[in-house]
Ligand binder design. Structure first.
Ligand SMILES: [Mn+2]
Length: 350
């Protein structure tokens, strides 16, 4: 049997911003549920963080969540096996108060693993479903992970060695060795899609911050017979990066910028000689109905004098340029400087 799995939907993210509501709803209405209908799937697994805000659920967000997630499932007579994540629990030390309990576990097909870990058979194979681990349930959850007969393990885990948001690796949490005995482990929580050995973080189905730039987003279909995990990519991006370089890219105004509509744009300025052209580009982005602009512009063009001494009055990027100029055997020192400029500006704006 094939089971769609989704994680970290975070409805209401960025302070209930309607740009995100619309972007998320578009994914469910025009990608996720059409795919479900096309393949006639009846069961779905959600790995947690259905909603974003652990303290309050905004009225509009609550309605949007019903419209884009719970009602489409109920209307289709589907079963959801949902795991509770840290963003849907009110207290740090227990999951007993949470933002999903009013609609889940009410006999409507929406099943939530909220307090206790449980085994459940789905598609002829035994799954272990582990809720967000807190002081309240940790002993029970760790015993379960150690002793369950389940072959597939799902949770909202902190697993050592995996990337958290922003490119940092998790240094604590569950060790990979403790999860070795499972055929597959599927987790929500860290938003970057990543797999090491039998363990997969499935990632968010869509963009939520600038750290999602360059990441692949979407949902997965798990085959309980072959144990294969198929990725269904979401092509719609909410965050974009555009380089401004009127020196190397004279046709910068001729390009099609319609993709920035209702999107966040980071404009990285590499060479700005022609200020009128720069303003015209900004107008073009505005005309394309870009939602919000962030300009990253910290490098000043400077002439490099070729000295090999490190002059502390120079800026960091000037020192890098001086060093590149001093290197032998570089065919394209301008190209290397461009790469360093890009890296530097991006690093300064992380
Ligand atoms: Mn999350």
């Amino acid at each position: 049997m094939k089971i769609p799995i989704i994680a970290d939907t975070h409805v209401g993210v960025r302070n209930n911003n309607s740009i995100f509501h619309d972007y998320q709803q578009d994914f469910f209405d025009n990608q996720f549920f059409p795919y479900i209908d096309e393949h006639d799937y009846k069961i779905v697994v959600h790995l947690g963080d259905h909603l974003d805000n652990r303290k309050t659920t905004n009225v509009l967000t609550s309605q949007k969540f019903d419209e884009m997630w719970t009602q489409p499932l109920i209307n289709r007579g589907m079963t959801e096996h949902g795991i509770i994540g840290n963003h849907t629990v009110y207290y740090k030390n227990t999951n007993t108060v949470n933002s999903l309990s009013h609609i889940y576990n009410k006999g409507n097909g929406l099943i939530l693993y909220d307090i206790h870990p449980k085994e459940v058979e789905i598609g002829g194979i035994l799954w272990g479903m582990v809720p967000w681990i807190t002081a309240d349930n940790q002993e029970e959850c760790f015993d379960f992970i150690k002793n369950t007969k389940a072959e597939i393990l799902c949770g909202h885990f902190e697993i050592m060695g995996f990337y958290m948001d922003g490119g940092h690796k998790c240094e604590g949490g569950i060790s990979v060795t403790d999860l070795k005995r499972f055929k597959r482990v599927f987790s929500g929580h860290f938003h970057k899609k990543q797999t090491v050995a039998n363990i997969s973080y499935l990632g968010t189905p869509y963009d939520m911050t600038f750290t999602d730039l360059g990441e692949t987003k979407g949902f997965h279909i798990f085959d309980t017979e072959t144990l294969d995990l198929e990725f269904i990519p979401n092509p719609n991006k909410l965050f974009h990066k555009i380089y401004y370089d009127d020196f190397n890219d004279p046709d910068i105004l001729e390009k099609d910028y319609s993709f920035v509509k209702n999107c966040f744009v980071r404009l990285i300025v590499l060479h700005k000689k022609d200020h009128a052209k720069f303003d015209m580009l900004l107008d073009k982005l505005e005309d394309a109905e870009m939602y919000r602009l962030q300009i990253a512009e910290t490098v000043n063009e400077s002439e490099i004098n070729g000295t090999s001494e490190v002059d502390m009055s120079q800026s960091t990027i000037d020192i890098v340029h001086t060093h590149i100029d001093g290197l032998q055997n570089i065919a394209d020192s301008i190209g290397v400087k461009d790469i360093m400029n890009k890296l530097y500006i991006e690093a300064m704006n992380l």
